[in-house]
Design a protein around this ligand. Structure first.
Ligand code: GDP
Ligand code: GDP
Length: 455
């Protein structure tokens, strides 16, 4: 039979293969040609994934990993299944039954331009009996004039029909918001930066900027709550330090405390250690020696944190040594050398005197808040609509690329996907990022923006 092999264990196998804990499962069901595959591709944010299947070939992969608003889940696509073997109604019913077994929630896709058919009604009965949460997708609502078709589907008794154009993206954001509400909560796991426990800070910077001095200053030996000393001396040590009434985990502090002086390859090991610490952390505090010129090495460490997608705070240390002239030149240097991270909160500290130590925690909290900011789809799109109207992309070769729709696909750091009618130039992307920051904050966090061109 066509459905051979499509049982629950397939889904579990896929989950295990993906190397993740259990994620909630969403099934997309409906009659053939209502647009299930198109919708799944839209959810996955790519066009090619599902359509690759040749007819008559049983697919060995039915689940895909998706993410919406920072939550990950599995999508079970039933779109490519053979219908011929069982006959149309039986096949669609079998899909729905599979979905009922495997899924935590179901998107039931109906072609709004056709309306509810007998086959659709049969699936509704199955869905209702199962009692799983159902989101009703009224597909092929490509424009406002088709909204009335969607409203007709209230008659199915599945609640609000979400008018959607899987093809163009219209309405999919609101529908997915409803899907997230229907799905049970799943642990957010982004880049191994798992949620829970004390927030993790990487204190990084090139040698002699004052990392160990700062660590000692903020910790004060007696306030080190736990010393997670691991088995071997080579292991990194994470220290729990209480600051501002909150316990923070400073990761990989062994290399800071133990002043290992490696003769050869010291830079190499230092940068490996920095990369590892940044990877483990949620926020990087990059320490810069304000008494010296900003160096390539400082820049490299900042880039590491930005590229790893971590929240970022810049701390200019040794402020006690600065005279007026140096302060003036430092500001000029920051303007020219660090213009690309103007969004990072800045503190001017002295590990020696303790100057402005109390500003460190608020800066870290600001950066983490920016890192976790989520913009609702509706707000994002009204904002994008205003930009497109007031600052359209320059015309190139007689064409004017337009942003059609955008969505925040994740947080920690915020990730945006913009759907556009053509290639967006780098300058225009930077402009969008700047405007996003002006509008929504995002202080202390890198932003990841990708553009998908809809032909
Ligand atoms: P499935 O086999 O039921 O999953 O349906 P498909 O994804 O293969 O889509 C069937 C046909 O409907 C394709 O030609 C799609 O391009 C078209 N289609 C899908 N979604 C939409 C939509 O929102 N609007 C319009 N106009 N056509 C759509
Ligand atoms: P690390 O290699 O980044 O851990 O740097 P250290 O903490 O070992 O500091 C390197 C040198 O800078 C030491 O001699 C410190 O005493 C000195 N130092 C650290 N912080 C400050 C500061 O805020 N002001 C001044 N004047 N010296 C500092």
């Amino acid at each position: 039979a066509a459905q051979e092999g499509f049982d629950l264990s397939d889904v579990e196998g896929d989950l295990a293969a993906a190397g993740h804990g259990p994620l909630p499962v969403l099934a997309v069901v409906g009659r053939p040609n209502v647009g299930k595959s198109t919708l799944v591709n839209r959810i996955l944010g790519r066009r090619e994934a599902v359509v690759e299947d040749r007819p008559g070939v049983t697919r060995d992969r039915v689940t895909y990993e998706a993410e919406w608003s920072g939550r990950r889940f599995k999508v079970v696509d039933t779109g490519g299944w053979e219908q011929d073997v069982l006959g149309l109604d039986a096949s669609v019913a079998a899909q729905a039954e599979f979905a009922i077994e495997a899924a935590d929630a179901v998107v039931f896709v109906v072609d709004a331009t056709v309306g509810a058919t007998d086959t659709d009604e049969a699936v509704v009965k199955l869905l209702r009996r199962a009692g799983k949460p159902v989101v009703l997708c009224a597909n092929k609502v490509d424009g406002p004039s088709a909204e009335a078709d969607a409203a007709m589907l209230w008659s199915l008794g599945l609640g609000e029909p979400y008018p959607v154009s899987a093809l163009h993206g219209r309405g999919t954001g609101d529908m997915l918001d409803a899907v997230l509400e229907a799905l049970p909560e799943a642990p957010a796991q982004t880049f191994g930066a798992t949620v829970g426990g004390p927030r993790r800070i990487a204190l990084v910077g090139r040698p002699n900027v004052g990392k160990s001095s700062l660590l000692n200053k903020v910790a004060g030996e007696e306030r080190v709550v736990v010393n997670e000393l691991a088995g071997t001396t080579r292991d990194p040590v994470d220290e729990m330090i209480e600051l501002g009434g909150v316990t923070w985990k400073f990761v990989d502090t062994a290399g800071i405390r133990r002043r290992v002086h490696l003769q050869e390859g010291a830079d190499y090991y230092a940068s490996l250690r920095t990369a590892a610490a940044v990877e483990k952390a949620e926020v990087a505090v990059v320490l810069i020696d304000a008494s010296e010129s900003i160096s390539v090495q400082d820049q490299r460490i900042i880039s590491m944190a930005v590229e790893a997608g971590r929240a970022l705070v810049i701390a200019y240390n040794k402020w006690d040594t600065l005279d007026e002239e140096r302060r003036y030149y430092l500001e000029r240097e920051i303007e020219t050398e660090l213009v690309q991270i103007q969004w990072a909160p800045r503190v001017n500290v002295s590990a020696r005197t303790g100057r402005h130590m109390e500003k460190l925690v608020p800066a870290i909290e600001t950066a983490l808040a920016g890192w976790e900011t989520r913009v609702p789809t509706g707000r994002l799109n009204s904002f994008l609509g205003e930009i497109v109207a007031s600052h359209p992309h320059p015309i190139r070769g007689g064409k004017q690329p337009r942003i059609l729709f955008g969505t925040q696909a994740g947080t920690r750091p915020p990730r945006f996907v913009l759907f556009a009618s053509g290639f967006l130039e780098a300058g225009y992307r930077r402009f969008i990022e700047r405007r996003l920051r002006e509008e929504f904050g995002f202080e202390g966090t890198p932003l990841q923006i990708s553009v998908r061109v809809r032909e």
